[in-house]
Design a protein around this ligand. Structure first.
Ligand code: UD1
Length: 342
């Protein structure tokens, strides 16, 4: 039987690339789109090494309707889409809000138009725990209200979810699952795939590994005086391979279920809160490397504590995280050591 084709926008990025590997492992045929605006070709090579497949890949911007339509026509028939292509740097979004709104909204809107025209009805959307802002209580479940976004990046995720909810309401054929990621970290256990920041990292773990590797002099922990047990922020760090596996569970579900489920959304986290300082200490423990770090001032806009209640994803997607934080840190370090050339 021919494999089911799934379009993966942003498939050369960190989360997209790991998900492509899982799609292949589960018998799907991923069709990748990427414009390399925030990624590079290295991860595509990593996917090829791990899977032994030669990739189906199109270079282009999914906000370009002609381009996108061409891919849908050429690859007919696509069974579904996973939409990862988006900008994700909170700080950059504050400096360039219009660029963020333009890119993150345009690509989704264009995709929805083309999906409708081409009668492709299944969509998995990359959302984020940022939609909840600073939650009133933790762990956060899916009933928690959206708070005013702290950044244009966060606002784009909230707006995209609103667009999707409205689109599902209006179109009886459209089926959508949004996955609200907590903090994805780590790398593929083979060390052939991982996070490869362009310029400087956006997130904590690449800062840790780059500092340990000597690429950066020092890691600054942003704030040591929060109302948490050790004074540093608390997050739910989830292994990237676990996150990728959840996407496959989500598309499996969409492809078999009825059309009348409405707009669906799930938290993806481990359910464990881990502080930034704890993570740093775990990194030192599992790798045995020395890490030059210090506690510095708070970073504007940081949520103090958040971690997921992933019960809904357990129950309805049949998914739960398998790896520990330590596994993720060990894998991130193995990947960093292979990529000391950045
Ligand atoms: C943020 C977003 C998240 C988004 C992600 C994408 C919020 C609340 N969260 O996650 O939704 O998907 O970015 O990029 O908007 N830290 C340091 N030193 C560093 C770097 C980070 O101490 O050099 C700390 C941060 O202050 C934070 C934690 O590490 O407490 C995690 O930071 P980061 O990896 O940037 O992710 P979030 O801000 O949690």
């Amino acid at each position: 039987m021919a494999s089911k084709k799934i379009l993966v926008t942003g498939g050369a990025g960190y989360i997209g690339a790991h998900t492509v590997v899982e799609l292949y492992a589960s018998g799907y045929l991923p069709v990748i789109i990427d414009n390399f605006s925030k990624s590079d070709r290295t991860l595509l090579q990593g996917i090829e090494k791990i899977t032994g497949k030669s990739l189906v890949f199109y270079e282009g911007d999914c906000a370009n309707k002609q381009f996108l339509k061409g891919v849908f026509q050429k690859e007919a028939k696509l069974e579904g889409v996973m939409h990862f292509a988006a900008y994700k740097s909170v700080g950059e979004s504050v400096e360039h809000p219009v660029m963020y709104y333009r890119n993150n909204l345009d690509s989704l809107l264009t995709l929805l138009e083309v999906m409708k025209e081409q009668h492709v009805n299944n969509l998995i959307f990359s959302s984020s725990c940022t939609v909840y802002g600073e939650p009133d209580s933790i762990p956060v479940d899916e009933q928690a209200p959206f708070k005013k976004a702290e950044s244009p990046y966060g606002a784009t995720k909230q707006m995209c979810e609103q667009i999707l909810e409205d689109a599902v309401k209006a179109d009886q054929n459209l089926k959508v699952i949004s996955l609200r990621y907590f903090n994805p970290i780590g790398a593929h256990p083979s060390a052939m795939l991982g996070e490869l920041p362009i310029d400087k990292p956006n997130n904590l773990v690449p800062y840790i590994t780059q500092t340990a590797a000597g690429v950066r002099k020092k890691l600054v922990i942003f704030g040591g005086d929060y109302a948490t047990p050790d004074g540093t922020c608390i997050r739910d760090f989830i292994h990237i391979a676990d996150l990728a596996a959840a996407h496959v569970k989500a598309i499996d579900k969409l492809l078999v279920e009825d059309k009348n489920k409405g707009y669906q959304y799930y938290n993806l986290g481990t359910g464990q809160g881990v502080s930034v300082l704890q993570l740093v200490k775990e990194f030192i423990e599992v790798t045995g490397v020395t890490l030059n770090y210090e506690i510095g001032p708070r970073r504007a806009g940081d949520v103090v504590k958040t971690y997921a209640n992933p019960a809904k994803a357990h129950a309805q997607l049949g998914w739960s995280s398998q790896y520990t934080t330590k596994d993720a840190l060990r894998d991130a370090w193995a990947w960093e050591k292979k990529n000391l050339n950045h």
